[in-house]
Design a protein around this ligand. Sequence first.
Ligand code: SF4
Length: 368
Amino acid sequence: MKIREISFYREFKCLAGECPSTCCRGWMIPLSEEDRLRFMKEGGLLGLRLCLAASPDEPSVLNKGGLTCPFHKNNGLCELQLKKGHSFIPESCRDYPRFFRNYTFFEERLIDLSCVLGARLFMDNTDRLYFTEYEGSPYSEPCCTNDDTGYFRSLLGARQEILTELRDVSDPDKLSSVLSRTVSYCMDAGRAFLSGDTAFFEKHSLKEYPQRLSLFPFDLTLFDRLMDTGITGSLLFYKNPLLNRLCALYKRLRGKTLRTDKGLKELGSLFFTAHPKAPRLLSAYYSYYLLGYFMQSYEDYSFVRNASAGIVHLNMIFLFMVILNAGQKELSRDMTAHIISSYNKKAYYNESVLKEMYEIMRQSIYSE
Ligand code: SF4
């Protein structure tokens, strides 16, 4: 099978004890059946600790409360890995932050941006968001059941059209225009497919779509509602300290410079003046989202939802960069990567948060 790796895939090497935002804290670690059986065979004190740490539910998880994994040592290293080797740790820890999409025609491999090093690599490679291809064996099971080859090819073509337009983005207005046109394109595609017209993407191009909706930046009422979702869940100060700080900063600024949409606009233009490459970065962030998630439409035909969730994420990243810029007047590359990884960690892996956020966006913008 053809394997397609994102260009910087092989540059990843875990920061381990040097990581400023370890992935061993802040979320549950899913265990495969194989992991569970391996752990159950372990004897002695380690076997007992594994047995107590793995939740009894199906599917089982390690670190159920989402605090710090009980095997994460003070020096930042993994006790299981140190004692038993890399092959012993849970499968999801072994793979992370690599993630795989096996579409049966080929497998795409990316690095997840919830990892702080993944986010840094992404930031260093925003002009290299392409796949390198070679023949090989897939690592993962197919992520889809659909076998409509023609539809898959045309969907891939649609993704490529959006990516091509995003590549030309150099200012916030252009970004706003591409996002709006993308959603209109997806809305029409959804209507066409529901009425049985499966050749929509062959007949229509993103180029013919005008800008209709205003999707970037969101207004403050919408941001308020998004900030009031599971994104700010319990024990955030411990599980995700940077996100907790950003949420607190938002609340503080909301009573001051961020009281009105005019205030947001002013802070936004200060931010873009201080960081002229930010529109390009945000555009690349959305492109990366599309590379990982847009093809879900192959399975669920939810074009609008799959395109829109990334627009919510992009707006949230923009908001956090703007408020940090307003609060500190300095936004380094490492801090930006840290914002991206902290946000992605919280928002991408929680289906109920995602659902909540998309629903808010849908009600606020699409049903007007
Ligand atoms: S977040 Fe990334 S760099 Fe940090 S410990 Fe986890 S895998 Fe390694």
